[in-house]
Design a protein around this ligand. Structure first.
Ligand SMILES: [Zn+2]
Length: 129
């Protein structure tokens, strides 16, 4: 499974869900007081259902992300002297988080830890363990 990383879009999804849960039903409710319509009652219900679905789906996504982060964290705590491949040509030192590590580096230029030879993992490989 792909690594979930909601840090850049999580707040927008929460905001979208809240929009359907509070302001839209409130506006429809106020409108309903002036124009009594069965359609508005259904629209209020539909908006609350959409908002609930969006928030629950994001909650599930967040649980998956936290589980993945926990798995990576546990692995890296026990394997501090490895490099993790982030993307093509970019590696991260698992002892200090230095992201300027190159594939051929034998030790970290920041913390000085010596890397285990040929021990390069990707996030996907750690998640599959
Ligand atoms: Zn380091």
């Amino acid at each position: 499974m792909k690594k979930v990383n909601s840090i850049f879009y999580g707040s927008y999804i929460i905001g979208l869900g809240l929009l359907f849960l509070i302001p839209i039903p409130l506006l429809l409710y106020i409108t309903k007081r002036y124009f009594c319509s069965i359609f508005l009652s259904y629209a209020i219900g539909a908006s609350i259902v959409i908002g609930t679905i969006v928030e629950c789906a994001f909650g599930i996504l967040l649980i998956i992300e936290l589980h993945q982060d926990e798995k990576i964290q546990k692995y890296c705590q026990n394997h501090r002297n490895i490099k993790i491949k982030l993307e093509e040509g970019k590696y991260e030192c698992q002892n200090c988080g230095n992201r300027m590590v190159k594939e051929q580096d034998e030790e970290c230029s920041i913390c000085g830890i010596k890397y285990v030879e040929n021990e390069i993992k990707t996030i996907q490989e750690i998640l599959r363990m």
